[in-house]
Design a protein around this ligand. Sequence first.
Ligand SMILES: *Cc1c(COP(=O)(O)O)cnc(C)c1O
Length: 358
Amino acid sequence: MSRVYNFSAGPAALPLEVLETMRRDIPDWQGTGMSVMEVSHRGAEFVELAARSTRNLRELLSVPDDYSILFTQGGATLQMAMAPLNLAGRGDTADYVITGSWGKKAAGEASKFLNVNVAADASGDKFTLIPDEASWNRSENAAYLHYTPNETIAGVEFHYVPGGDVPLVADMSSTILSRPIDVSKFGVIYAGAQKNIGPAGITVVIVRNDLLERAPGDLPHLMTWRAYAESDSMTNTPPTLAWYVADLVFAWLKERGGVEAMAEVNERKAKKLYAAIDASDFYSAPVREDCRSWMNVPFVLADDALDKRFLEESKAAGFANLKGHRSVGGMRASIYNAVPEAAVDALIEFMKEFEKNV
Ligand SMILES: *Cc1c(COP(=O)(O)O)cnc(C)c1O
């Protein structure tokens, strides 16, 4: 077996220990004589998995008792529609802070259902910074404020939680579980799984219970958060395989000291990579220093004619998926929880060697 260092932005690297458990489990899961894909989601074993994973996620993120944890399908993208539909009506206004492509997409989706007030938009700065909170143009009666704590494509991350007293709705797809968060500051947190939770196909939504009451009765059942809360996310058949992997990842995180321990390693991984980039004239990181992402590190080569060679040689050396998003160009190293510090160390060494040899 040969594994590469995988810097994919998503679907992203999973812990090797989790993959090995899966391989062992597949033919005969928990002595059932069946794989987890072949059992009823209403059977005792799966119901226990669902309860355990919810409990573990609650513990990992210190989710207060007055919040529900939901598991849905449709990815983070469906939540971009479900948030406005569950939280507000047609005539209402919601504030959107756009610091990258995902926030822009969320605002576009919401504008189909309500009045979107763009409180801040960093597209003019090519999404390389977060506009100062004092400059945000917030509306008087916003139903909520939506923002993206970590923009996966440009690599822009909030290292603070915005203030104000309207419910905060946060797309945490690419930062959830990378560090501790104060859930009580949020109204709704949502995250597609395929960055820091597990495989694509399952989505986590954490919602303050009073907000569950806002949804109109005529929403489709599967688009109503309340329906998931009332059925322990068994409104219909959940994505059992993806949920099973998420459960393994939560256990893996707990064994390793939880999000506090992850944060320590993640901060160190990011800081040393940015430091190596900043120390060279050959590489540069476009994002302003105070809002650089711990999870997604975009960088460019001084001469983009060398991009192709960098990608070929890095691939040959065992580094996968370093190509930057087409909207940014250059390179991007996504260094989620499951990417070990050794991968970052090896990448830094490779980058130094490459610079020396061209
Ligand atoms: C990956 C990503 C998405 C898209 O998630 P899907 O699960 O594919 O819908 C949305 N927002 C952010 C911040 C992401 O990183």
